[in-house]
Design a binder for this molecule. Structure first.
Ligand SMILES: [Cu+2]
Length: 290
């Protein structure tokens, strides 16, 4: 350090005492004045900005096919943003140190005749230790609580209990029996005269409830833009559901590697108005109550 007017850092041969021990905030200020620390902070900020920008690009890409199509998918996208924003600075800090080392940044520190020692070991800095533990604990606790609340929210939405403000006219759920087999999906409507279809058709803003099974191997019923995915097991029935909130045509895929043509095991879900849904049911030879 070229300046001589700063308080010297405590060293091993000069035991710390209340009179010669530099204050924690003083150490932090000194640390922040070091050029390489500033460079690392700027790299961290830049990488954080890139990660956050990429998260927006990724979600925009996901929504190119028309989503989010349900409250569940809204929650999932919100959670992806929250987790990304929370973790981005930590990941960026790690990448900043890696990048700086890769470029030989520490070499330039030595060549510029800057201090090579960091002063007292960090465990002697009470403020740093308490800050580090507090920030990490608060972040971890926040993520656990956020995750549990979101899990409870989307689980309850999945089983047809949609938030009151999105509940249309207390419509009873449309029940669909979903069957997976190598390599196609089929849909039965038990409450509408047991009609069968290879395309899923649902009325908008009405909860849909699914009984899912398989005729051969394990598949996974994935309604992409609605944010719902559940295993289809032979010999067993699994249940899920969602309330489509957007009109349109979205993707239904298999999300479990199930054989040679797994990649082609896909169909669509058409979300239509209640009137269009009723006339579709009648066209298929089914019965409607309204
Ligand atoms: Cu599959």
């Amino acid at each position: 350090m070229s300046t001589t007017d700063e308080r010297p850092l405590a060293s091993a041969d000069e035991p710390e005492s209340p009179t010669n021990r530099p204050g924690s905030m003083h150490l932090v200020k000194q640390w922040l004045q070091r050029p390489y620390v500033r460079r690392l902070l700027w790299i961290t900020v830049a990488i954080t900005a890139v990660i956050i920008a990429l998260s927006f690009v990724m979600v925009a890409f996901m929504n190119m096919s028309g989503g989010p199509g349900s409250a569940i998918m809204n929650e999932i996208e919100k959670t992806m943003f929250v987790l990304t924003f929370t973790c981005a600075p930590l990941m960026a800090g790690t990448l900043a140190v890696l990048t700086y080392s890769w470029w030989g940044g520490w070499g330039s520190v030595a060549s510029r005749d800057e201090p090579t020692s960091d002063g007292p070991a960090i465990q002697t800095n009470g403020v740093a230790v308490v800050t580090w533990i507090t920030v990490c604990s608060v972040l971890a606790a926040f993520l656990v609580v956020w995750g549990l609340v979101e899990l409870a929210t989307i689980t309850s939405d999945s089983y047809g209990s949609v938030p009151a403000n999105q509940q249309p006219n207390s419509a009873k759920p449309v029940v669909v029996n979903v069957t997976g087999q190598q390599w196609l999906w089929s849909f039965d409507y038990p409450d509408s005269g047991n009609i069968k279809s290879d395309q899923l058709v649902l009325p908008v803003n009405v909860p849909a409830y699914f009984n899912v099974t398989s005729l051969d191997v394990v598949h996974s019923f994935w309604v992409v833009e609605e944010g719902v995915k559940i295993d289809a097991n032979p010999g067993a029935i699994t249940n899920t559901g969602f309330t489509p909130t957007k009109l349109g045509t979205f993707n239904v895929r298999c999300a479990e590697l199930c054989g040679l043509h797994h990649a082609y095991m896909e169909t669509q879900v058409k979300v239509v108005t209640q009137e269009q849904f009723n006339s579709w049911i009648r066209e298929q030879g089914g019965t409607t109550t309204s």
